[in-house]
Design a protein around this ligand. Structure first.
Ligand code: GMT
Length: 389
């Protein structure tokens, strides 16, 4: 298939999933065209069947805000037409679902037809999408898509309820590539971080409010009072200055390391004893899955789709949002019992295997084929983009 992928090219989970999906599809022989304003961060080197189309916006004094929606639409029209795409797959509803709809209408006016699949990732529905200033447009974009997928059952339910969506939504979970995320031996790194054999707790995120990183720090404080331990905070974002102040005020600064944005997350997970993700909202929790693939048990909140990934009492603990005492108690139980921790690590890996890319990728391929065939059968006499001369 010839597929156009639209996504945010930054460190966010939706961009990572979109890029990894595209790369895996390309490795299977599909032609993948990434269309976005910057090279996606995980698109690091040349790969056969992968193309990147950069969307550029001209500066003009009249524009206080560069009209990205317009330039992206024009680029989609161009790429669909000249690369003869079979399908557009847009990740994150805002603004991609409506931009794809507009591009589709422009192409239809020229007698060219292309189906659109929209993947909902979470905050496009739960935080931003449900805001009154976005909701009608987001709901319209979703309803006009030829196929819609969500990354968890919880997100599907929330989308239908909050935006009153009637369209059938297919759940296709986030996935993991075990050639990258697996248990590694990094003893020298562990010694550098925890020279006295301290336990190591890890959190990775984009440091937004929704991640409740203050709960990570408060949980760690309780753990640290009982067991010598270190906390590694990986990532960066708007909350970081406030969190750095909090660790100082709590007298924890020497035990907490802010590592900033890191590419080789798997090397940090290799030294982790536990992974913490106490989010207020989390449609799936790709970061938790990455930890579990590296055999690290997860202490999480029960937000969104997290309980579909992290199984309470099996792969870690699932506590009420904000219940730092429960999270800390579970962390202490695991850290104080070597064989229980080992059992949870084994379970975490077994659970992560259910999300192996080799199992999830065919689900996307089958879904694309279904959407294309339904779309084509509804347009028997019209000209598909991929049949143009
Ligand atoms: O976690 C973030 O805030 C980034 C965000 C994104 O859209 O880039 O991640 C969302 O999509 C990921 C991939 O599908 C999911 O694993 C994350 O759970 C989801 N984040 C939230 O729902 C907060």
């Amino acid at each position: 298939m010839r597929i156009g992928i639209v996504c945010y090219p930054t460190y966010g989970g939706s961009g990572v999933v979109a890029t990894e999906l595209g790369l895996a599809l390309a490795a299977k022989g599909h032609h993948i065209h990434f269309i976005t304003y910057k090279r996606p961060v995980r698109l690091t080197h040349y790969q056969e069947n992968v193309y990147f189309h950069e969307v550029t916006s001209e500066e003009y004094p009249l524009f206080d805000y560069p009209p990205y929606d317009t330039t992206l639409t024009s680029k989609l029209v161009d790429v669909v037409k000249y690369e003869k795409l079979d399908l557009l797959h847009v990740h994150y509803a805002i603004p991609h679902a409506t931009v794809a709809y507009l591009a589709k209408q422009i192409l239809a006016a020229e007698g060219i037809y292309i189906p659109v699949v929209t993947t909902l990732h979470g905050t496009d529905i739960t935080l931003v999408g449900s805001d009154r200033s976005f909701a009608p447009v987001v709901a319209f974009g979703i309803n006009q898509s030829d196929g819609v997928t969500a990354v968890s059952h919880h997100l599907k339910k929330q989308t239908c309820e909050q935006l009153k969506i009637k369209k059938d939504i297919e759940v296709i979970y986030n996935f993991i590539d075990f050639s990258r995320f697996r248990s590694l031996n990094k003893e020298h790194f562990r010694k550098a971080i925890a020279p006295e054999g301290e336990k190591i707790l890890v959190h990775t995120s984009n440091f937004r409010k929704v991640k409740r990183i203050e709960d990570v720090i408060q949980t760690f404080k309780i753990v640290q009072e009982k067991i010598p331990s270190k906390l590694l905070l990986v990532g960066d974002g708007p909350e970081r200055p406030r969190l750095e102040r909090l660790t100082r005020e709590l007298g924890l600064y020497e035990h907490v390391r802010f590592l900033g944005k890191q590419d080789a997350i798997e090397e940090i997970l290799a030294v982790a004893d536990l992974f913490l993700i106490p989010s207020e909202n989390e449609s799936f929790g790709l970061a938790a899955l990455e930890a579990m693939a590296c055999e690290v048990p997860v202490i999480s909140s029960n937000a969104g789709g997290l309980p579909e990934v992290n199984i309470h009492g099996v792969t870690g603990c699932v506590a009420e949002i904000g219940d730092v005492h429960s999270m800390a108690n579970h962390a202490l139980t695991l850290l104080q019992d070597k064989s229980l921790l080992a059992e949870y690590s084994t379970n975490a890996l077994a659970q992560a295997k259910k999300f192996d890319i080799s199992f999830i990728l065919p689900q996307y391929e089958a879904y694309y084929e279904k959407v294309i065939s339904q779309f084509t059968s509804n347009l028997p006499k019209r000209k598909l983009a991929n049949t143009l001369d």
